[in-house]
Design a protein around this ligand. Structure first.
Ligand SMILES: Nc1ncnc2c1ncn2[C@@H]1O[C@H](COP(=O)(O)OS(=O)(=O)O)[C@@H](OP(=O)(O)O)[C@H]1O
Ligand SMILES: Nc1ncnc2c1ncn2[C@@H]1O[C@H](COP(=O)(O)OP(=O)(O)O)[C@@H](O)[C@H]1O
Length: 182
């Protein structure tokens, strides 16, 4: 396969409940509808399979992120567009894995803690704030925001449709492709 046929990686990072899965899965469906070769590596599914048994210490989160990146790299090198949805809270680890992936773009899915706590999609914030879940990102564990993401989506200020439009534009443009492959 020529290098020009390489795929790309769109890496969605952000707090639990920020909207990573919502946007990545909607983008997945749209790219699939268009006949693209696309795969979704979602934090929850990865933790039930590839990363089963890992916890939420820094070491375990970094191991999880590195495993996801390894699989994303294999797929992307065979022409697949890979969508990753994982909190991936540590900037140094994200930067390291993204720099090693072909055509990788970081998408910061951002909503303030007050909003994700209000959404409490899985009821985890209530439990975390009550001290029942230790090391919960944003509550009792760090989240290091990206410094220069390809996209910064404020999901508390923009609709799902407006965010999707932006990620779709990124996924189908040459922006984010390594210059040598453009
Ligand atoms: N302590 C703690 N902190 C954060 N999140 C927790 C925790 N315990 C369980 N969960 C649930 O696990 C999901 C996050 O898994 P990830 O693999 O994306 O996390 S990480 O990238 O390894 O940090 C996350 O899913 P999302 O809500 O989809 O982000 C939570 O449902
Ligand atoms: N602009 C938006 N983008 C993504 N999700 C949004 C947006 N506005 C509201 N939401 C809602 O926020 C929640 C995000 O949940 P989810 O996608 O599971 O988050 P995460 O995968 O980051 O944990 C969903 O209930 C979704 O409908």
């Amino acid at each position: 396969m020529s290098r020009a046929a390489e795929g790309r990686v769109l890496w969605f990072t952000g707090l639990s409940g920020a909207g990573k899965s919502t946007l990545a899965s909607a983008l997945y469906r749209e790219l699939e509808r268009r006949g693209e070769r696309v795969e979704l590596l979602d934090g929850d599914a990865v933790r039930e399979n590839l990363s089963k048994g890992l916890g939420f210490s820094k070491a375990d989160r970094d191991t999880n992120v590195r495993r996801i990146a390894f699989v994303a790299g294999l797929l992307a090198r065979h022409g697949v567009t890979v969508l990753v949805s994982a909190i991936s809270p540590y900037r140094d680890t994200r930067d390291a894995v993204l720099s090693e992936l072909p055509n990788a773009s970081e998408i910061f899915v951002d909503a303030p803690l007050s909003v994700v706590t209000e959404r409490d999609v899985k009821g985890l914030y209530l439990r975390a704030l009550a001290g029942e879940i230790p090391h919960f990102t944003g509550v009792s564990d760090p989240y290091e925001a990206p410094l220069s993401p390809a996209l910064h989506l404020r999901t508390d200020q923009q609709s799902i449709e407006a965010c999707l439009e932006q990620v779709l534009a990124l996924a189908t443009s040459e922006v984010g492709r390594d210059a040598a492959y453009a």
